[in-house]
Design a protein around this ligand. Structure first.
Ligand SMILES: C[S@@+](CC[C@H](N)C(=O)[O-])C[C@H]1O[C@@H](n2cnc3c(N)ncnc32)[C@H](O)[C@@H]1O
Length: 270
């Protein structure tokens, strides 16, 4: 794949490098175990060619590079690839998955986590990712359904209301920036319609506590997306109260649903 200069990203988390590192660290902590458990089931191993699209800090790409060593290779792409470390068998590429050229029929495995939900062109990008697979190649898409993730235990009813206000504002401001917050539940159908076969999915829900990286990520969003929350009507005082609530040892919430969907490009390319 050519190294190309991508334009500045316009997605909601895009241009705040001071926050992206922490966001990616928490995503890796929260979701790499599930993602890699699912990837392992594809049989990915020595000699495979893999694409990790929208790789973030590259922890999944590094895991894949170890699996495919010594003869395989992993291409890890991102519009901001600076977080992807150097590792044997791993090529980090600055690449916009919407606009930049992508080779066709090249990869045994294509993986993307929490990328398509951000992109208004998600269906066209899904088609591109399908075409990037070799016939018989496997795709895994890991995506949230964040539409319903209620608080389960909070100190009092005001705290319940505050959490609801916060999560509603967050989903609304994400939707206002073309994020599909419920994309996880739609991914399997979209992958079938894009021509993949043997599509199967697993969905993981957990109980979030103050020690869960998933909940710490929400706390991080109060800073990362502070300006958007304020524009959506929340005050700095409320955002501070949200952080205190999320750190409260008695607080419990239902996590986002993480859907991990796998499908295979048919041998017979249509
Ligand atoms: C929410 S983060 C997820 C990162 C990583 N996949 C993970 O799950 O930990 C979304 C990532 O997609 C990247 N991204 C956003 N738009 C992109 C695009 N058009 N092309 C390639 N990467 C993009 C962002 O820079 C960011 O690293």
């Amino acid at each position: 794949m050519n190294r190309v200069a991508a334009p500045a990203p316009s997605h909601i988390f895009g241009d705040r490098d001071e926050h992206n590192g922490e966001q990616h660290r928490l995503l890796s902590l929260a979701y790499d175990p599930f993602t890699t458990e699912r990837l392992a089931r594809t049989g990915v191993g020595p000699g495979w060619r893999c694409l990790e699209a929208g790789a973030g800090n590259g922890t999944v790409a590094v895991w894949l590079a170890r699996r495919v060593a010594p003869t395989g290779r992993v291409t890890a792409t991102d519009v901001r690839p600076s977080g992807i470390p150097d590792a044997p068998g791993l090529d980090a590429v600055r690449h916009d998955i919407v606009r930049d050229p992508l080779p066709e029929g090249e990869f045994d495995l294509v993986h993307a986590r929490l990328l398509l939900r951000l992109l208004p062109e998600r269906l066209a990008v899904l088609d591109r990712l399908v075409r990037a697979l070799k016939p018989g190649g496997i795709m895994q898409i890991d995506e949230f359904d964040a539409a319903r993730a209620p608080a389960l235990q909070a100190p009092d009813s005001a705290a319940h209301d505050l959490y609801r206000t916060f999560t509603t504002a967050k989903n609304r401001l994400m939707a206002g920036r073309n994020v599909d917050v419920a994309w996880g539940r739609k991914a399997a159908g979209a992958m079938r319609r894009a021509g993949l076969v043997d599509v199967s999915s697993q969905c993981r829900l957990e109980l979030w506590t103050s020690r869960s990286p998933g909940l710490q990520l929400l706390a991080h969003h109060t800073r990362h997306l502070r300006d958007e929350f304020v524009r959506a009507g929340m005050t700095d005082r409320q955002l501070a109260d949200v952080r205190a609530l999320l750190a409260h040892p008695g607080f419990r919430a239902c996590s986002y649903a993480m859907h991990s969907v796998q499908g295979r490009r048919p041998e017979e390319v249509r």
